[in-house]
Design a protein around this ligand. Structure first.
Ligand SMILES: NC(=O)c1ccc[n+]([C@@H]2O[C@H](COP(=O)([O-])OP(=O)(O)OC[C@H]3O[C@@H](n4cnc5c(N)ncnc54)[C@H](OP(=O)(O)O)[C@@H]3O)[C@@H](O)[C@H]2O)c1
Length: 398
C-alpha cells in the first residue's frame, strides 16, 4: 500500500487530471491511500471545484484572481480554503508534502516548480519547460533540499527506468522515440493549411493543446532532447531520436557493450505517473496491459528534419547552451499559442523560432546574475517580446 500526502499543480489539465484519476483507481483497488494538501488550476473553475469536492485538499488555488469568487462560490459549504494568483500557487507549492506533481503547462509552471524543488519533497516533473529553461539549477536545487526529481514525460520515465544511475559511464547513448505526430506522412505542400483542430488531434496520446501542437511540429521532441540532456547529463551528440508511430517503446538506453534496453507500455500517461508516484516501489492499478501478439509489429523511421525543422533548432539550441534552450522554449511557446489563436500558420511556428533564436543570438541574450529561476524568467520575458515582434512582422508582410 502506497501512502502519500500530495499536491498537484495544474490539477485541471491532462496530466493533473490523470494523476488524480490514477490515485482514485489505486484507492478503489486498495493499493494506495492519499491525502491531498493543495490543488491548483487555471481558468477551469468547475473542474477544480469538482476535484476539490472529491479530494478535500486544505487549499484550492486558481491562477486567475478574477475567478476567485467563482471558486469560493463553487466550494461553499466545504472546509477547503481558496486562493488565487501566481503567489498563491507558489505558496501551495511550498507546503510540506511527500510528493508534488508539477503539471502546469509552459513557462508559467517555472516559479512553482522551482518553489517545489526547494521543499525536499519528491518532485514529479511533467512541466518540461521548466527543465528546459533552467534544468541544471533545478536539478541541483532538488538535490540540495534532499528531495528527488522523477521525470513524468513518458520518454524520460522510460530512460529513468532503464538508466544505470550508479554507473552512467556504461551508457553509450540515449534514444528518444517520437510518434511523429498527426502529420508524419503529410506532404509539405499540404502542411501549409493545417488547422489547430487537426494539430491537436494526436493519433496515440490524449494531451493538452500546447503539447499536442508541439508534438505536431516535433518541437516537443526537441524540448525532450534538452530535458534528457539535463536529466541524464548527456551531450546532444549522444541523444538520438527515432520515429516510432505505435508509441509502444517509450525510449531506449544503448549501453557501451552494444546492449540496448527499452521500456514499453500502452500509450497512457497514467503508467509513467504511477511510476513516479510509487518510486522506488511499484503500484498496482487497473492498467491496460501490452498485447504484443495483437500489435503484430513495431515500426521505426528516421525523423524528417526538412518537414519538422524544430527538432534540429532544439539541437542547435542545446549545443549553444547557456540561455539558448530557454530562448527556444519561449519562442516556441509564443508561436504555438499564436497558431492555436489562428494568428500564425502551422509552418511558420518553426520559422518564428528560427528567427527569434537568430535575433537573440545577435543580441547576445544571456542569463543575468541572481537566482536561476529569476534569470530564466527574464530571458523568457525578453524572448517573448522578440517572438511577438517576429510574428507581427510576418503578419505585416502578408
Ligand atoms: N498531456 C500529456 O500527456 C503530457 C505528457 C508529458 C508531458 N506533459 C507536460 O505536462 C505539462 C502539462 O501538460 P498538459 O497536457 O497536462 O497541459 P494542459 O492539459 O493544458 O493543462 C495545463 C494545466 O496548467 C494550468 N494552467 C494553464 N495556464 C496556467 C497559468 N498561467 N498559471 C497556472 N496554471 C496554469 C491549467 O489550468 P486550466 O486548464 O484550469 O486553465 C491546467 O491545470 C506540460 O508541460 C506538458 O509538456 C504533458
Amino acid at each position: 500500500m502506497i501512502r502519500r500526502r500530495i499536491t498537484v499543480l495544474g490539477a485541471t489539465g491532462s496530466v493533473g487530471a490523470s494523476t488524480l484519476d490514477l490515485m482514485a483507481q489505486a484507492e478503489a483497488t486498495g493499493t494506495g491511500a492519499f491525502e491531498v494538501e493543495a490543488l491548483t488550476g487555471g481558468a477551469n473553475i468547475a473542474k477544480l471545484a469538482e476535484q476539490a469536492r472529491r479530494w478535500r485538499p486544505k487549499l484550492a488555488v486558481t491562477a486567475d484572481p478574477a475567478r476567485l469568487n467563482d471558486l469560493r462560490d463553487a466550494l461553499s459549504g466545504t472546509d477547503v480554503a481558496v486562493a488565487a494568483g501566481d503567489a498563491a500557487i507558489v505558496e501551495a507549492a511550498t507546503r510540506p508534502v511527500d510528493w508534488i506533481m508539477a503539471s502546469i503547462v509552459g513557462a508559467a509552471g517555472l516559479k512553482s516548480a522551482w518553489a517545489a524543488a526547494g521543499t525536499g519533497a519528491t518532485l514529479a516533473l511533467a512541466n518540461k519547460e521548466s527543465l528546459v529553461c533552467c534544468g541544471p539549477a533545478l536539478i541541483e536545487r532538488v538535490k540540495r533540499a534532499g528531495g528527488r526529481l522523477i521525470p513524468v514525460d513518458s520518454e524520460h520515465s522510460a530512460i529513468f527506468q532503464v538508466f544505470p544511475a550508479e554507473a552512467p559511464e556504461r551508457v553509450a547513448k540515449l534514444i528518444l522515440t517520437a510518434s511523429g505526430g498527426p502529420f508524419r506522412q503529410t506532404p509539405r505542400e499540404q502542411m501549409v493549411a493545417i488547422t489547430p483542430e487537426q494539430a491537436v488531434a494526436h493519433p496515440n496520446w490524449s494531451m493538452g493543446a500546447k503539447i499536442s501542437v508541439d508534438s505536431a511540429t516535433m518541437a516537443n521532441k526537441g524540448l525532450e532532447m534538452i530535458e534528457a540532456a539535463y536529466l541524464f547529463d548527456m551531450p546532444q551528440d549522444r541523444i538520438d531520436v527515432v520515429v516510432h508511430p505505435e508509441s509502444i517503446i517509450h525510449s531506449l538506453v544503448e549501453y557501451v557493450d552494444g546492449s540496448t534496453l527499452a521500456q514499453m507500455g500502452p500509450p497512457d500517461m497514467r503508467t509513467p505517473i504511477a511510476c513516479a508516484l510509487a518510486w522506488p516501489d511499484r503500484i498496482a492499478w487497473p492498467a491496460q496491459k501490452l498485447d504484443l501478439a495483437a500489435l503484430g509489429r513495431l515500426t521505426f523511421e528516421a525523423p524528417d528534419l526538412t518537414r519538422f525543422p524544430a527538432l534540429d533548432l532544439a539541437r542547435q539550441a542545446l549545443k549553444a547552451g547557456g540561455a539558448t534552450p530557454a530562448v527556444f522554449n519561449a519562442a516556441n511557446e509564443v508561436a504555438a499559442f499564436a497558431f492555436l489563436d489562428r494568428k500564425l500558420a502551422f509552418l511558420n511556428i518553426a520559422a518564428v523560432v528560427a528567427e527569434t533564436l537568430e535575433r537573440a543570438t545577435k543580441a547576445g541574450m544571456a542569463f543575468g546574475s541572481g537566482d536561476a529561476c529569476g534569470a530564466a524568467l527574464s530571458v523568457d520575458a525578453e524572448t517573448r517580446r522578440m517572438a511577438e515582434s517576429v510574428i507581427a512582422g510576418l503578419a505585416n508582410a502578408a
